[in-house]
Ligand binder design. Structure first.
Ligand code: NAD
Length: 359
């Protein structure tokens, strides 16, 4: 088939779905690749690097398979034709309209966020590859907003204590945040409602905060807390948060608004100059005082809610994403032709425009 790599149109989106190194490996497997002029520019990849590995610079929208990063805009959905295949983040739980429009247009759409979190699919797991970027960057952001050092310093001018960093929600982003905070010399503590995470937290040299709530749900995700559990959690966190210089929140429940973990009272209890970085802004935020996309100061505490952090590291974020996309593509290629086998659970789950029961 021909694979089309489009130039992303969303504001601030600097990633590209396939980088030249991965394009080269796909071309070696017998596919053609068409790249929209300027598609790689946000990630500092000029057109010549694509043509250098054998891709064509042309209109990618008529290709058999179109690969993207961000969910398609209405205008982009309008460019697609029946029989085409689209692969990318499609936010299927939040953008039901878009999925319905793709279905109505006869487009076969694969949502990378719907790929099951099983060992065999780890190489295709774009949620994880991009969450690593977010987790890492969240700590750098906290460090640069902080009025205090992260590491302990012993100097002639005095000794500085290490920053205390609390990470709420220890999935992929949270674990990377803990590891990054440790590397910067901070004292890191992790909290999650899935008790199985405790060992992973300790494995990166962080402490585990146990609040006695077990809300492990299906597929390795958390379930939403009951009213009582939520009240108990907010109270316990309010007491714990006071003692931290930095709080990084990453807690998500699939298909639900972000759980409120940091109340206004908890922020008020923090020392002025402390920092909260809320990675859940896109689904409403984990902190009550979060303003998605903004950095605000409330009660002397800086609260940042950056959106789309992976786009702020477009080079490595694109490189990792490309590997995810090419692995998914390879799963669909049979003797150089696109022939997805829907008895494969990875393809069945990630294809969001298939009629139920059709194989
Ligand atoms: P996520 O982004 O859905 O959520 C982030 C974290 O928030 C999760 O750890 C969740 O438990 C936590 N959380 C939710 N509600 C909370 C609350 N009220 N209080 C505190 N924490 C709360 O998570 P993710 O990074 O996508 O990871 C989800 C799961 O998938 C994890 O078990 C992860 O290890 C697993 N995973 C498996 C694979 C694989 O085996 N292929 C790959 C990646 C992730």
């Amino acid at each position: 088939p021909t694979i089309g790599v489009v130039r992303e149109s969303n504001d601030g989106e600097r990633r590209v779905a396939l980088v030249p190194k991965i394009v080269a490996s796909l071309i070696a497997k017998g596919v053609d690749v068409v790249v929209e002029s300027g598609a790689g520019l946000g990630a500092l990849i000029p057109d010549e690097l694509y043509t250098g590995v054998g891709a064509k610079i042309a209109d990618p929208w008529s290709a058999e398979v179109i690969v993207k990063v961000a969910p398609p805009s209405d205008e982009e959905v309008g460019r697609l034709r029946a029989g085409q295949t689209l692969i990318g983040f499609l936010a299927p739980r939040n953008q039901d309209n878009q999925v319905a429009a793709l279905k109505a247009a006869g487009v076969q759409a694969f949502a990378v966020e719907a790929i099951p979190r099983i060992s065999r699919a780890q190489v295709m797991d774009a949620l994880s590859s991009q969450a690593n970027v977010s987790g890492y960057k969240s700590v750098l952001l906290a460090a640069s907003e902080s009025t205090r050092f992260f590491p302990m310093l012993t100097t002639a001018a005095g000794t500085v204590k290490p920053a205390t960093v609390l990470v709420l929600g220890v999935g992929v982003a949270g674990l990377q945040a803990l590891a990054t905070a440790k590397r910067l010399g901070g004292r890191a503590t992790g909290y999650d409602v899935r008790p199985e995470v405790a060992d992973q937290v300790r494995s990166v040299g962080a402490q585990w905060l146990d609040l006695g709530i077990d809300a492990a749900g299906e597929g390795g995700y958390a379930r939403e807390l009951t009213e009582d559990e939520r009240a108990q959690q907010q109270q316990a966190l309010e007491n714990a948060i006071k003692g931290f210089d930095v709080v990084i929140t990453t807690a998500l429940v699939p298909g639900r608004p972000a759980p409120r973990l940091v109340t206004a009272a908890a922020v008020e209890g923090m020392k002025p100059g402390s920092v909260v970085v809320d990675l859940a802004g896109e689904t409403g935020g984990n902190c009550e005082l979060t303003e998605p996309g903004q950095t605000v100061v409330k009660h002397g505490v800086t609260i940042c809610s950056p959106l789309n952090l992976p786009a702020s590291m477009p080079e490595h974020a694109s490189e990792l994403y490309s590997k995810n996309i090419s692995a998914l593509l390879e799963l669909m290629l049979v003797d150089g032709a696109l022939a997805p086998d829907f008895s494969d659970e990875v393809l069945a789950a990630s294809c969001v425009t298939r009629e139920e029961g059709v194989s």
